[in-house]
Design a protein around this ligand. Structure first.
Ligand code: NAP
Ligand code: MG
Length: 496
């Protein structure tokens, strides 16, 4: 187990305590043991970090992109060497089970190599000019200083989705990680430092969203803000940044559904549902929290799910046999429990769960029993609002069209899935499900890093993390015309 430590800010190449007055403990949600602590930072700390980033970016942007990519390859190597240590720490501070934690660190490794390779591409266009003796082209230019704000549920993967494309395209970074998961942020930046990234290019500032997050969003020298978190906070960030016409990329909440049709392979569907609804204790932005089931198979599916849920092993995720860990903290536990109360009050039928667990392997942590509601009505709050815990609501439908309508009628649009063996149904679903990610015969989770990640409606604001398109967030397009005719040539006029 990790000894208790203080996670320091990293500003202009120097490790230093935040200058705020408050300290905050990092607690292991499986047993409430204190792992370490941060000191709150102040607005002044953010200012120093941003100024360091402004200075460092002046030279970083001139480092050839392939050489910037080499730094990412080195970081990838270091992440690989430290994978098991980081995964254990991730489970300890965030609670997800160790297999998932290893997967998350692997995602950061994959992203390092993928974006490192982009250093040799950063592809633009070369096109013919409409005029003779003239060349037209476009290329990507860095935006400047990137302010990154990340959540606790993927403390290293989501950070890597933002830090690597920002760096490879020549931006410098000021990163404010979630207060609940400082250890992974600290360890990640230590490895970035070890890889030799020049001072000031990456800066880490711990502290609350209201102080540090706000200061970053409002700072006039932060040119692009990339945020992942709740829709509520995203909305506030978007309006603040909008006043300064800042580039803002937002990845927010979800209310993701799995559709199961009467022709589906039910064994496979049950595997997908259990993994998507209860993996990471339901605290993934892509977690499945609605099960839209075709009426003829409803009862069969309910019985199969109840039997599988009763076998799930809960406890400290460091135990390799545990399948579900704790939720992040006490307020999360209370908010999930409140949603279960609301569901019951609205008339949903509680099939299992609905309790805070306080005994056995769960007695010292923040554990919530996997919960299944059925006879949920489309209008109920448990069918529409993000719960962010292990609570699944079953809604029954009589056709594919109705299933798609139910899927699409919520405010969110991150991920969706359908289990069916009918090719026609598959292609209709691919076309009509209004989410940024669609899975066929798989659950709602399992994104790979080389495709765009993000969603429609209140899940995002049109940008995507991950994949090559992440570079669109961290670059500005520059179109360049080179005229070597040695005379004034007027586009749209001289050639018509
Ligand atoms: P959150 O409360 O919105 O916090 C996210 C980050 O924003 C944290 O670093 C937080 O700092 C900071 N923050 C809070 N208030 C702020 C403010 N006023 N100004 C600037 N920054 C502020 O979300 P969370 O509870 O950590 O994460 C869960 C949410 O994230 C869920 O809604 C989930 O769906 C969403 N999520 C979305 C995706 C996606 O890609 N679509 C991926 C993962 C998670 P503190 O930690 O100090 O409060
Ligand atoms: Mg913690």
């Amino acid at each position: 187990m990790t000894a208790e430590i203080t996670y320091l800010n990293f500003i202009n190449g120097v490790w230093k305590k935040g200058s705020g007055t408050r300290s905050v403990e990092n607690v292991n949600p499986a047993n409430r043991k204190v792992l370490g602590m941060i000191y709150e930072s102040s607005k002044a700390d953010v200012d120093v970090a941003v100024q360091a980033a402004v200075q460092a970016q002046k030279t970083w942007r001139l480092v050839p992109a392939p050489a910037r990519g080499e730094f990412l390859f080195r970081i990838g190597e270091l992440l690989r060497k430290n994978k098991e240590r980081l995964a254990q720490l991730l489970t300890s501070e965030m609670g997800k089970v160790i297999a998932e934690a290893r997967g998350e660190v692997q995602e950061a490794i994959d992203m390092a190599y993928f974006m490192g390779g982009e250093g040799r591409r950063l592809v633009g266009q070369t096109v013919p000019s409409e005029l003779p003796n003239k060349q037209a082209m476009s290329f990507r230019a860095p935006v400047g200083v990137a302010g990154l704000i990340t959540p606790w549920n993927f403390p290293i993967a989501i950070a890597s989705w933002k830090i690597f494309p920002a760096l490879v395209s020549g931006n410098s970074v000021v990163w404010k990680p979630a207060t609940d998961t400082p250890a992974l942020a600290y360890e990640f930046v230590k490895l970035i430092e070890e890889a030799g990234v020049p001072k000031g290019v990456i800066n880490l500032v711990f502290g609350s969203g209201s102080t540090v997050g706000t200061a970053l969003v409002e700072h006039p020298d932060v040119n692009i803000v990339s945020f992942t978190g709740s829709t509520e906070v995203g909305r506030a960030i978007s309006s603040k940044a909008g006043e300064q016409f800042k580039k803002v990329s937002l990845e927010m909440g979800g209310k993701n559904a799995i559709i199961v049709m009467d022709d589906a392979d039910l064994d496979l569907a049950v595997d997908g549902i259990i993994w998507s609804a209860f993996g990471t204790a339901g605290q993934r932005c892509t977690a499945c929290s609605r099960l839209i089931v075709h009426e003829p198979i409803k009862e069969d599916l309910e019985n199969r799910l109840l039997s599988r849920i009763s076998e799930l092993k809960m406890g400290d995720g460091l135990d390799e046999t545990v399948q579900i860990g704790p939720v992040i903290n006490e307020p999360a536990l209370k908010s999930i429990h409140e949603y279960v109360r609301i569901g019951q009050e609205e008339g949903a039928n509680l099939l299992c769960g609905g309790q805070i667990l306080k005994s056995g392997d769960c007695q010292n942590g923040f554990f919530y029993a996997p919960t299944l509601f059925t006879n949920v009505n489309r209008e109920m709050r448990v069918a529409r609002e993000e719960i962010f815990g292990p609570v699944l609501s079953i809604i029954s439908v009589t056709s594919l069209e109705e299933a798609i309508e139910v899927n699409n009628e919520v405010n969110y649009g991150l991920s969706s899935s359908i289990f069916t063996n009918d090719t026609n149904r598959t292609f209709i679903a691919m076309r009509d499900l209004d989410t940024g990610i669609v899975y066929i015969n798989a659950g709602t989770i399992g994104a790979e890093i080389h495709l765009p990640f993000g969603g429609t409606k209140h899940t995002g604001n049109g940008h995507r993390d991950s994949g090559v398109v992440a570079l669109d967030v961290f670059t500005e397009w520059k179109s360049v015309y080179v005229d070597y005719s040695q005379k004034l040539q007027r586009a749209q006029i001289d050639n018509n």
